[in-house]
Design a protein around this ligand. Structure first.
Ligand SMILES: [Cu+2]
Length: 277
């Protein structure tokens, strides 16, 4: 079931069901994946969706008919109701029998995620063993607090793929001293580093790096800074730096709750990062 948190997700959920209605299943979903993740076409409006579906040799009228059909609308409505009832807060998340909620917290817990699912689906009784698997999956990524980085200069790489996932800053969470310099390195192309509005210490200087270029930033205010990569903010390509004491952490957390709606993927990344401070 696709997620339906905000208008953008709802549009994509509608696309998901339209693809099913048009009978192009896997091919259609693969085309959406390629468009969003490889071509950076986020399909954020109806026109771009129509254009994508037209590549499957449907005419526009037929696509619109399916897209606005009673059946697709009902499925979207149902998805919204279910995700509200089950409190779906992250992807991927798996519900078994309405009883067990399994969530992959980090990419490296995917294996555990799959294991706990098989225990529950294959086992004769979905009892104690599987609950243990479920809870170990949920707790598989104990929060490790970030340590103060030594030295006064620090490197953050901008990557297509890193240990923590796709489209990611590495390290994504840093703790440094007042006045330290961060060198953002364009290791992979088509990324940048831009401080996020309302998510740096008050009075701190903001920055905006250009695409595919290194940028060095001196952090001369105490507190927490959150920055993003402009082209990949929807995939939560963001990073967090704590300078000295995290004096503005509560303000950042409040602002984060708001910013999260912009993330179509990895929507728990920001919370994960902040929990490491
Ligand atoms: Cu990027």
């Amino acid at each position: 079931m696709p997620v339906t948190w905000g208008p953008a997700h709802q549009l994509h959920a509608k696309l998901f069901y339209t693809i099913e209605a048009l009978g192009i299943g896997d091919k259609g979903h693969a085309a959406v994946f390629t468009s969003i993740h490889k071509e950076s076409n986020y399909l954020s409006n109806e026109e771009s969706i129509l254009q994508l579906l037209e590549t499957f040799d449907f005419d526009r009228a037929e696509i619109k008919k399916q897209m606005n059909s009673f059946s697709v609308k009902q499925k979207l409505k149902r998805a919204m109701e279910i995700s509200r009832q089950l409190k779906v807060t992250a992807v991927p998340m798996l519900f078994v029998d309405g009883q067990y909620k399994i969530e992959a917290k980090r990419s490296h817990s995917e294996m555990l995620f799959n294991n706990s699912v098989s225990v529950c689906l294959e086992g004769q009784s979905c009892g104690a063993a599987s609950s243990a698997a479920v809870s170990s999956a949920a707790n598989s990524a104990p929060i490790v607090k970030v340590q103060l980085s030594e030295g006064s200069e620090h490197i953050v790489k901008m990557l297509n793929s890193g240990e923590g996932g796709q489209m990611i800053f590495e390290p994504a969470v840093l703790k440094v001293s007042l006045g330290d310099t961060i060198h953002f390195k364009a290791t992979d192309a088509a990324h940048n580093s831009v401080s996020m509005d309302g998510m740096i210490p008050s009075g701190a200087a903001d920055w905006a790096g250009k695409l595919s270029q290194d940028i060095s930033v001196v952090l001369d205010s105490e507190g927490v800074y959150v920055y993003q990569c402009d082209p990949h903010v929807m995939m939560a390509m963001i990073g967090v730096i704590q300078v000295g004491e995290a004096v503005n952490l509560e303000d950042i957390k409040i602002a984060a709750a708001d910013k999260k709606s912009a993330f179509m993927m990895n929507s728990d990344r920001l919370d994960n990062y902040l929990s490491q401070l």
